[in-house]
Structure formats: C-alpha cells, structure tokens
Design a protein around this ligand. Structure first.
Ligand code: BES
Ligand code: ZN
Ligand code: ZN
Length: 468
C-alpha cells in the first residue's frame, strides 16, 4: 500500500472514519442518517453509503484504554473489506493522535500479510493508495508505520516458512540481502569458520542436521568511533525436533517457529536501518537445526563453548540456551556493547507461566526492566519480569563439566534457562533476556493454523529508540 498525506477531504470518495465510543458527533458531516446501529466499540465497523454511492466505513476505536489496540481495528477492517476498495481510500485522521496514525498505518500494512505463500495459485494484490486527511504534519508517522508494518510482515513470513526452505543458510541469505538493500553490514560465519573460531555449542546443536549451522553478524553503525549502544542476540533454531531427547509428534510441525527470536533480531536491525536511527547496533543470530541423526549430540555428552566453559548435556531439547551462550560470548568479546538483549523462543515453561499474554523478562537491571515494561504496555507487546535469584544457581551444577544445560527438574524451567544464559554474560550490568516462546507464534483470527505474531519488532525497536 502507498500512504499519502492530503489536507482536504473528498466527500464523494470512499473513506474510513475512525470513531471513539460515545463520540459520533463528527458523523453528521458525512451522513444525514440518525440512529445508526453503531456505537464505536473497538474493532467494530459499519458500512454506510454516501450520496455519491461512495463507501463510508465507520470504524470503532473503543474507549481511551483501547488506544493501544488501534492497529488491530484498522487491520481487521482492511483484512475484511479491502477487496471492495477501489484503488484509493481516505482515512479521516483529523481526530487521530500521532501515535494513532502510526498504528493505523501499521494495521493497514499488516492486513497485506499473506500466509498462503506456498500455494501454487498466487493471490493478486492490487496496489492501494491510502490518503490520510489531516491538517497536521504526519509524514513521519506514515513513513514509520509503513516501514514497521512492512518489516513485520517479512518477519512473520520468515517465522511461518517451513523448515525445508528456511535453513540456517537461508536466514544468512535473507540477512545478506536485507543488509545490501538497507545499507548495513552483514557477515555470515559458515560451518568451517564456526569450527575455526570455537563456536562449539552451535556446532554441537547443528551436527545432526544436513543443513549446517551459521552465525549471522549484522552491524548498523552510524557513529564509527563510538561504542556499540546495543547488541541483540537471537535464537535461530530453524527446526527443533528436540534432538535425541526427541519431542512428541503432536504439534511438532510448529517447531519451524523456533527461530522467532532470530527473526526479531533481523527485523529490528533492518527497521533501525530503514528509519536511520542514530544508534550503533549489532544483531547476532545463532542458527542451527536441532535434528535426529547418527551424528546428533547426545544426552550425557560434554561439549565445549565459545567462552571456553564446558557444558554437560542433560537434555538435547534444551538447545536454544546453547546456541545463545555462544552468541552472547561472541557479542561481548567482539563488540563490548553498552546494552545486551537476547530474545528467544526458549522454554515451554514460560508458556505455562505467562501463556500468550506476555514475554518472560529477565534482568538484574531495574532501569532496563522498567523501560522495557513501559514500552511493552505502549506497543501492546507486553513483558513480565521473572526472577534471577541466586537460589537457582545450584541447578546449573555439573559434577563433570563447568555447568549443565538443564536442572533435570520439572520446575521453574524458564528461570533455569535464564540462569544458564546469565553464566555467559560475563556479569554484564545491562543484560536482558526475553523468553518469547508463548507470544511469538500462536492462534490468530487471520489463519486457521497457528502463525507468527511478529511480537518483538515494535517492542525492541521502540527500546532502541530510547538510546538515540
Ligand atoms: N523450542 C523449545 C521451547 C518452546 C516450547 C518454544 C514451546 C515454543 C513453544 C525449547 O528448545 C525446548 O524444547 N525447551 C525445553 C527445555 C527442557 C528440555 C529443559 C522445554 O521448555 O520443555
Ligand atoms: Zn528444544
Ligand atoms: Zn528450541
């Protein structure tokens, strides 16, 4: 879609009129009909026809507390009705705040997401022009909304893609192409390089797959001689069978989404570059396929890691923390970033704890926690803090190696995973771990199967903005 800013409204053309609940006064400008069966509840809409036969969509934005869900309202309207729109449609944006305009554009853009990419018959999407009517300067909101929606759609497409297409090398190619297009640096470390440089944990996780592991290093640097403001690390398991500690087959097909964290990292770096934010950011993706094979790593194995710490493998299904450990060590050694956030579909435990309502957030930095929590409520990508108490350190103890990858207990699994990661952060003061296993992929009103949510792109990009 193309988003344009126009000063004045054409009452003879199609238009969307956003309405807050109980505030339908403006409608008198568009219709003489009184007593409309429409109250402005969030994400409800009603179509009426103007005198010129034009379509007038009344779109409910609900109450003040619903302001964070304006994106959903626009998305639903566009998804369900845009087949009737003719090339151009207007949005009456006069009463919308700057943030609401951005959300409206994101919602409209998200309605273009097509999950059926692999169907042989392709759907044709006509290019629509959306004119936002406002007396204010809204160019930035339109641009930001468009870039955010566009990138989120691509991230969703990556997460929803099947693992036979989406190999670790494929993620590397995706990042390389994005970097070329949007002007940042991307280096893909392939298997031989990983072996040479000592990414032993990444190698161990990937050694059971015909698709070799990679580590993707993206760098968007606007201030060449300054420190790195933030480093991101994403879990990029392109398929998680569990390895020899194999998972049950029910819903196993959804384990193609175990690279949701990696997708967020790739999306955020791309979006930051598109928005030309004035920050130095590094994004690392540690990617492997956790497969079952004669070469697979085993429960009981002791492996090495990039940090030099040895790890006893208790469960090969606790693979995400292994690839992240190497990603974190590499990030810290090579870039010494001011702040570090790792993001991963890490544990079933966080799903049992927070369901689909929030990501698990772990950090010892109260300021980062507060900022991230606030942003989460604003972007409707919520995070909820869970503890990193010292009590949980004993669970990492191994008799034969420096630490083990799983406590072996069916309790506090998300915390156990976070404590494991913490051991690879060199006690960095500004580190945060986000477990997005419950929120990255799930039920959606737009598909029958579970699908990617795009959770994290807006959250982390908004966080990065605070570092400007
Ligand atoms: N990829 C899974 C976590 C997951 C579960 C993501 C559900 C999305 C939805 C992860 O690698 C895993 O299998 N974790 C195990 C760890 C356990 C064996 C210590 C888990 O949480 O059960
Ligand atoms: Zn696993
Ligand atoms: Zn996994």
């Amino acid at each position: 879609m193309i988003y344009k800013h126009t000063q004045s409204l054409d009452t003879k053309k199609d238009i969307i009129i956003p309405c807050k609940k109980g505030n339908l006064k403006r409608l008198a400008e568009f219709t003489s009909i009184k007593n409309l069966d429409f109250e402005g509840d969030l994400s409800t809409y009603q179509l009426i026809y103007g005198d010129a036969g034009n379509r007038i969509y009344l779109l409910g934005l609900g109450e003040e507390k619903d302001a964070i869900k304006i994106e959903d309202a626009f998305r639903k309207l566009a998804f369900e009705t845009k087949k009737h729109w003719k090339k151009n449609i207007q949005v009456d944006a006069q009463s919308l705040s700057e943030d609401a305009i951005k959300q409206a554009v994101i919602g409209l853009e998200l309605s273009n997401y097509e999950i059926g990419q692999f169907k042989s018959e392709k759907k044709k999407q006509a290019e629509l022009v959306v004119n936002f009517i406002s007396k204010n300067d809204i160019e930035n909101q339109l641009k930001e909304g468009k870039y955010t929606g566009e990138t989120t759609n691509q991230i969703k497409a990556l997460v929803d893609a099947p693992a036979n297409y989406k190999t670790p090398e494929f993620l590397g190619e995706w990042a390389t192409k994005s970097a070329k297009t949007y002007g940042y640096k991307c280096t893909v470390l392939h298997q031989n390089e990983l072996k040479k440089q000592g990414f032993d944990a990444v190698i161990a996780v990937g050694q059971g797959s015909v698709n070799p592991p990679v580590v993707i290093v993206t760098e968007y640097i606007t201030k060449p001689n300054a420190k790195i403001d933030i480093g991101l690390v994403g879990k990029g398991i392109t398929f998680d069978t569990g390895g020899l500690s194999i998972k049950p087959s029910t819903n196993l097909h959804y384990m193609k989404s175990d690279m949701g964290g990696a997708a967020v990292v790739l999306g955020v770096v791309e979006l930051v570059a598109k928005l030309k934010l004035d920050v130095n950011i590094v994004g690392i993706v540690a990617s492997a396929e956790n497969a079952v094979d004669k070469n697979s790593y085993r429960p009981g194995d002791v492996i090495n890691s990039y940090s030099g710490k040895t790890i006893e493998i208790i469960d090969t299904d606790a693979e995400g923390r292994l690839v992240l450990a190497d990603g974190l060590s590499y990030l810290i050694k090579e870039f010494q970033p001011e702040k570090i956030i790792d993001i991963a579909t890490l544990t079933g435990s966080v799903v049992r704890t927070l369901a689909f309502s929030a990501a698990g957030m772990f950090t010892n930095n109260t300021e980062m926690a507060k900022t991230m929590s606030d942003i989460g409520f604003k972007t409707n990508e919520r995070v909820w803090q869970l503890p990193l108490f010292e009590d949980f350190e004993a669970d990492l103890h191994s008799d034969i190696a420096d630490l083990r990858n799983f406590s072996g207990k069916p309790i506090a699994g998300a915390i156990n995973a976070a404590k494991f990661l913490e051991a690879f952060t060199e006690s960095h003061k500004n580190w945060m771990h986000l477990d997005i296993a419950g929120v990255s992929f799930g039920d959606s009103p737009y598909s029958k199967m579970k699908s990617a949510s795009g959770f994290g792109v807006q959250l982390i990009t908004s966080y990065v903005k605070t570092l400007n």
